[in-house]
Structures are given as C-alpha cells and as structure tokens.
Design a protein around this ligand. Sequence first.
Ligand code: URA
Length: 243
Amino acid sequence: MERLQKVIAYAGVASRRKAEELILEGKVKVNGKVVKELGTKVSNSDVIEVNGVKLEKEDKVYYLLYKPRGIISAVTDDKGRKTVTDLFKNVPERIFPVGRLDYDTSGLLLLTNDGEFAYQMTHPKFKIDKTYVARVKGVPTIEGLKKLQRGIKLEDGKTAPAKVSMTSFDEKAGKAICEITIHEGRNRQVRRMFEAIGNPVVKLKRERFAFLDLVGLNPGEYRQLTKHEVKLLRVLAETGKIE
Ligand code: URA
C-alpha cells in the first residue's frame, strides 16, 4: 500500500506537491469515488483517475549508479546543489535513490521508481548487507574493532552486529583502511561508528550492496539492473538467502 499522492507522482502525472493539490481539489477518484484525504493508501489493484483520466502505471525501472563524491542523494535540493538524479539523462521515469549516501561518500547507489522495492532494500528487518571501505584516522585497536562487530552505542541506540576487518594500516602515518558490512542505514552511521571508537573516517566508499558491486563503472556512470538481479534482491530480502 502506498500513499495516493506518491502513486500519482510515480505515474509521472504531477509532482508530489501538485498531486496533493489535485487531491484536495477533488480531482482524484479511487475506484470511482472522489477522495480528498491526503493520507489515503492505495494498492496496485485500485483504479485511480486524475481529472477523469485513468492512471497508467509507469514501468518499474532499476539502476545502479557509481555515485561520485560531492553530490546529494536526493531528487531535488532546495539549495540548488547537484543531485544524483541530475546524472540521469534520457530517463523519463521518476526515479529516486534507494536510501542515501552522504554528500562526501562515493560508491554504489541504487535508484528506482519502485517504492516497495526501495523499502525492502533499506528497512533493516530485511537485512540487506551494504559493504563500505573506510579510510580512517589512526589505527583502530582490536578492542575498537570488536566493539563495532558486537554493536556500539550511538546517540540513537545500539547498532546491530557488523562484519569488520582492517585491510591495511600504517602506524607511522597514523591511518588505516577498514572494511565494514552493515544492514542498517542510519544517518551517517559508518562515520559515527568509527568516530565512537576514536578513529574518524577520512574517506568513505560503498563498495557493495548485497551481491552487487561497481565493476565496469566509473564515478558518475550507471547501468540498469538486470531482471535477474532485481529478482535475486527481492528473494534475498524475502527469504534471507539466495541459492
Ligand atoms: N554511513 C555513512 O556514514 N555515510 C554514508 O554515506 C553511508 C553510510
């Protein structure tokens, strides 16, 4: 079930705000009845009309982007900064990022117009792994890394157990490279986790999302996911494993 204004926006009829206006003006019908409630939830089987015209559902599309640093993970930005959707030329569907990467984080970001898929990929209950490579200040101690593995207390609660390893370190230069896999997606989570053990992140990149990686792409480039990849991601979310 999705909110009516969101479904109208995804169908490409109007922006979300304009869709809300249309609803309030009584120009939207669900299964033949005028609906003026903004919170109304609709399902795939509901017939929606806007200004007397039946909504044609947009085909679902799925993209994998190598997000460069210095760009916002959003559809629009009120400060006029460049967003990830600006990188997509000739894509008529109203795509949006699946979760977010910070302005300064690079790496693998999925974009889609499928709200349910985005929910499955981001809600922690579906446990979809996201793997990051972090260059950190100083060399984390074994105890520090263990804390990250077990879960560490942050201001918004304890993190779920994570897979963490240190791939290289340079004691003299005071830096290390760590790999961390988490399935939660709290705001600036990886940065806050390393901050909490006293090794702030200097550079962060998401290398993998479930079984997907960035092979073949340069920063700013994207490709469509194959139907098989989309299916596998759904199976992974729904069953916790793929064959
Ligand atoms: N964790 C962070 O701190 N930043 C990101 O962009 C993603 C995960």
